[in-house]
Ligand binder design. Structure first.
Ligand SMILES: *[C@@H]1O[C@H](CO)[C@@H](O)[C@H](O)[C@H]1NC(C)=O
Ligand SMILES: *[C@@H]1O[C@H](CO)[C@@H](O)[C@H](O)[C@H]1NC(C)=O
Ligand SMILES: *[C@@H]1O[C@H](CO)[C@@H](O)[C@H](O)[C@H]1NC(C)=O
Length: 633
């Protein structure tokens, strides 16, 4: 028996983890009702490595392979494989969908054993290739009516039945001779909303290895003794692929057919993460309000009281540097450009999360997350330009044109170069994950044809508005800076301040990494949005706190320090990424390693820009508030 509060808990988990996937379906994802005998297409997607290992699941590769890679020798459709249309995000995330020769018709041939094809003469080199992929735990990814073929598994912790997407290419329990699975038991679950109308609500596949199946090629045989299919690496092997489709009625309605797939492993972990984050935020808020509000209001009343009584007394604390705080920092252009790009990324992340929360990014729209991110990034070019030019003007920069140009081009170029290099590694490894040339071209058009002009417009608007006004004037001669305590050195503040937002997010970060690299579905967007909110709040407050400490120590070069302090969590994300590599991945090939490090670099860069911008803007706001509250003669 489950306790009632555990029901409430699960209900809340469901709510927060976007179980409203059925709430909205974008066009193209409307239910398809089949008639009896109507063909049901089975599409094949790229092969992906799976997490494997009983005790400590590890990922052994990061490279996807086309299903019709000639070395696999899978059966091809008669007219050759035809590529299916896909969204931009779907292509970027490695989907390569083709048609297949499986002959499936709604509710026909129930339980009939069929031969798909006989692949004669698989040469030893290809056998070795396939065996290596089996050892790396590659999985086949099929799609039927938009649903991924899955293996039915039981969550050992909760005892719930769930569908694990993808199924193994083979079995490598016997290290010396891996078995290839060449027989597929396909169970298609259908729902009948009205008589004569059938909808597919579940696709399950049990693959098995049948080494004797090619001996009698006349009659397919799905029963009987099973001798595993071993691929010899010294002579040619013949493989016969067989399959059997079983139709099974289900009472799952079409609208909730994804629920079985979106199984949340151990929802308590998400709760733990959330409570952990909330505790950190609460702790911070109390600390910040104690330090800042008490000290600052005391400082302000004292400063102003001294002024009133015209008591000739030395100034102290942060008031001392009032003539310096708005002095132009070093490299104002770089700071402005990074803030502009960071603001653009913040807007992108925010809007993507809102879309996800509203249920628009349902898993039936493959790649919708990446598509929305790309489109948002492109359309928010104006935000980047606007923030960059206004910050630049506020800092006292004069070369506006150069600033607008650099804002619009540098980050996209950098990201593009990284993607280009990663693509090179993927091509060398013969992976299908390499982004096709036409998609690359589309990205160039999106970034440099749409985003860059929007950014220029934003820069123009921003520079027309000019910089923000500052409450105190800058002295002619810079003050001397006394030596600061060790914990206020930039590196130390980055590490100290970064650990709080990182600590609030690291559990969700684990799930995000698992879904990025180990192709686990991630749909806990409610948790993710809350975590993102907590992270931005934490970053803002902690950066303000350190800026205050710096100013009290008469260290007035706060601009860059605020950005770096805010972006400090990126160091922890980098460290966590390396830890994840050591603990969860065992990558052998150079290409996989390069791919992992490349993606990690992009993730860390994005985190640095986003949190750095939050920290800098929050500090800017706080410094202006602080110095407008005191009276300076
Ligand atoms: C092995 O297969 C290859 C093509 O897959 C073929 O060219 C070769 O003749 C075969 N060798 C033998 C011994 O059958
Ligand atoms: C198909 O066969 C299985 C058993 O072989 C049976 O349970 C199922 O009801 C059959 N489905 C239909 C639609 O006849
Ligand atoms: C069909 O569904 C029933 C329950 O819905 C299940 O017990 C049975 O094992 C399923 N048959 C197959 C072949 O999966």
């Amino acid at each position: 028996m489950r306790r009632p509060n555990s029901y409430i808990c699960s209900a809340l988990v469901a709510l927060l983890s976007l179980n409203s996937v059925d709430a909205f379906y974008l066009p193209g994802a409307a239910p398809h009702s089949y008639e009896q005998g109507e063909p049901v297409n089975l599409f094949v997607n790229a092969l992906t490595p799976m997490l494997s290992g009983k005790n400590e699941p590890k990922l052994k590769s990061l490279i996807n392979y086309d299903y019709y890679n000639p070395q696999f020798h899978f059966c091809r459709p008669q007219n050759g494989p035809q590529s299916q249309p896909e969204s931009l995000g779907s292509i970027l995330f490695g989907d390569r969908i083709f048609n297949s020769p499986y002959d499936i018709k709604m509710l026909q041939d129930n339980g009939t054993c069929k031969t798909l094809c006989v692949e004669p003469d698989i040469p030893p080199e290809d056998a070795k290739f396939i065996n290596d992929r089996i050892r790396e735990d590659y999985a086949l990814n099929w799609l039927v009516d938009g649903l991924p073929a899955a293996e039915s598994k039981i969550d050992l912790k909760t005892g719930d039945l769930f569908f694990d997407m993808g199924f193994n290419l083979g079995n490598d329990d016997d290290q010396e001779h891996p078995y290839l699975y060449n027989h597929y038991e396909i169970v298609l679950r259908y729902h009948q909303p009205s008589p004569g109308n059938y909808r597919i609500v579940g696709v399950l596949v049990w693959p098995t290895s049948r080494g004797d199946s090619h001996e009698d090629t006349a009659t397919p045989n799905c029963e009987g003794d099973v001798r595993p299919q071993i691929l010899s690496e010294s002579y040619n092997t013949t493989i016969r692929y067989t399959y059997r489709v079983t139709w099974n009625e289900s009472d799952t309605p079409w609208a909730t057919r994804w629920d079985n797939y979106l199984h949340i492993f151990d929802p308590r972990i998400h709760w733990f993460s959330l409570i952990n984050s909330l505790v950190i935020v609460l702790f911070l808020c109390v600390m910040v309000s104690m330090i800042l509000l008490r000290n600052v209001s005391r400082d302000i009343s004292r400063y102003n009281a001294i002024d009133l009584s015209e008591d000739v007394q030395e100034d102290w604390g942060w008031k001392l540097v009032h003539g310096e705080v708005f002095r132009m920092p070093r490299y104002p252009m770089l700071l402005a450009v990074m803030t502009g790009n960071g603001a653009q990324l913040c807007a992108m992340v925010g809007v993507t999360l809102v879309f996800a929360l509203l249920g628009f990014l349902s898993p039936s729209n493959r790649g919708s997350l990446a598509t929305v991110m790309m489109v948002c990034w492109t359309l928010f070019g104006g935000i980047g330009g606007y923030y960059s030019s206004r910050i630049y003007a506020s800092l006292g920069g004069v070369d506006r044109r150069k600033n607008a140009f650099v804002t619009a081009t540098v980050l996209p170029t950098l990201v593009f170069i990284v993607i280009f290099l990663l693509n090179f590694f993927l091509l060398v490894a013969g992976s299908s994950g390499a982004v096709p040339f036409s998609t690359m071209l589309l990205i160039v058009v999106l970034w440099f044809g749409i985003s860059a002009p929007l950014s220029a417009v934003g820069s123009y608007v921003g520079s027309r508005q000019g910089g923000v006004s500052h409450p105190v004037r800058v002295n002619q001669i810079p003050r001397q800076i006394p030596p600061a305590p060790k914990y206020l050195r930039p590196w130390a503040t980055m590490l100290l301040a970064g650990i709080l937002p990182f600590g609030a997010a690291f559990v969700e970060l684990y799930f995000v990494m698992s879904s990025l690299f180990a192709s686990r579905a991630y749909y806990a967007f409610g948790f993710l949005a809350l975590t993102a909110g907590v992270v931005s709040l934490t970053t803002g407050t902690v950066t303000i706190l350190f800026t205050y400490f710096n100013l009290c120590a008469e260290e007035y070069r706060w601009h860059w320090r605020a950005f770096l302090t805010g972006g400090g969590s990126a160091i922890w994300v980098l460290a966590y990424g390396l830890f994840y590599w050591a603990s969860r991945l065992s990558l052998d090939s150079l290409s996989s390693v390069a791919l992992y490090l490349g993606y990690l670099f992009l993730l860390v860069l994005m985190d640095f820009l986003v949190t750095g911008t939050i920290g800098f803007l929050a500090s800017y706001w706080a410094v202006r508030r602080l110095y407008s509250a005191i009276r300076v003669d």
